[in-house]
Design a protein around this ligand. Structure first.
Ligand SMILES: NC(=O)c1ccc[n+]([C@@H]2O[C@H](COP(=O)([O-])OP(=O)(O)OC[C@H]3O[C@@H](n4cnc5c(N)ncnc54)[C@H](OP(=O)(O)O)[C@@H]3O)[C@@H](O)[C@H]2O)c1
Length: 277
């Protein structure tokens, strides 16, 4: 081999090894940058998302607030008595006052949030009514007009008018979602027990609010669903609840984060399965 050819080979080898090193270093650098980006990407994507949860001072609302905060969302939790909502404050959520039966409270909340976008509205506040749970022929006789109306005002009119008032905020978000927390006890085609008139009637009406909103031009571009959270251990669900809110609410949040057009206007169980009406 001529000296010239030898030199060319050595030069090529050196060039190759130098460029290999350069390429390798570049790949390593890109790899480390992309893993940094990947690590930062998740919280950053939630950082600008705002969730508002009604009745967040205890039970399922409090658990959702905790988990949304931990995921990096900006969370507004409402409570009837904000000064007593210590556990909610401790989650890092912003606490705002709201009794969902109060027109003045709803108007004040909307005013305080004017111009602020809301990505996810969770109408969670709920009222069960007197514990006429067990089958008892006296249930009907014990039922009062006042209790029936209160169930309707909290469970049906609450979500309807809170959504109405916060619609301008939802419109400011790119893919807003409205979630009405319903219950399996609302299902017309299931269960015929003679109990909990107010709760069942008002939640079935809430399902119709969900259906109606899902076809309303005013709600265009906003996903609306009803979710039944399952029987949980809370004040309402009592110790007999089969589910631990920490686990079931993680599933509910996963469902909310992954809502698509196929979910729009439907009633969904906490585990993501579809429920009948
Ligand atoms: N737990 C279950 O097994 C179960 C099953 C099916 C559906 N759900 C639904 O899940 C939601 C949460 O239930 P939960 O188990 O967490 O019940 P919970 O422990 O009894 O909590 C109910 C929440 O709603 C609030 N609330 C009641 N009336 C209100 C009003 N007029 N204005 C504003 N907030 C009001 C309560 O606030 P205060 O503390 O001020 O009273 C509390 O924060 C409800 O919609 C319920 O119907 C629960």
């Amino acid at each position: 081999m001529s000296i010239a050819a030898n030199c060319t080979m050595m030069f090529t080898q050196r060039t190759l090894s130098t460029s290999s090193i350069l390429i390798l270093s570049l790949l390593v650098l890109l790899g480390s940058m992309s893993s940094t980006w990947a690590e930062e990407a998740e919280p950053a994507s939630h950082k600008n998302s705002r969730v508002l949860i009604t009745g967040a001072n205890r039970g399922l609302g409090l658990e959702m607030a905790k988990q949304f905060v931990a995921k990096g969302y900006q969370v507004i939790g409402t409570a009837r008595k904000p000064e007593q909502a210590v556990a909610l404050k401790q989650t890092g959520a912003t606490v705002m006052k709201l009794d969902v039966t109060s027109e003045a409270d709803i108007a004040a909340l909307a005013k305080a949030l004017e111009g602020e976008k809301i990505d996810i509205l969770i109408n969670n506040a709920g009222y069960f009514g007197p514990k006429l749970m067990t089958e008892n022929p006296e249930n009907l006789a014990k039922l009062t007009r006042q209790e029936m109306e209160l169930c309707y005002r909290v469970n049906t009119l609450g979500p309807l008018f809170v959504t109405q008032a916060l619609l301008p905020n939802l419109k400011l978000a790119e893919d807003a979602k409205v979630v009405h927390i319903s219950t399996r006890a609302s299902i017309l085609s299931k269960g015929t027990s003679g109990t909990a008139y107010g709760y069942r009637v008002s939640k079935t009406a809430l399902n119709m609010v969900t259906r109606t909103m899902s076809g309303d031009q005013a709600m265009k571009g906003i996903l609306v669903v009803a979710i039944a959270p399952g029987h949980n251990k809370t004040h309402m669900g009592t110790e007999r609840g089969k589910l631990d809110p920490q686990q079931s609410m993680a599933q509910v949040i996963d469902l909310i984060e992954n809502l698509t057009r196929k979910h729009h206007g439907g009633l969904w169980y906490y585990d993501g399965s579809r429920l009948p009406w």
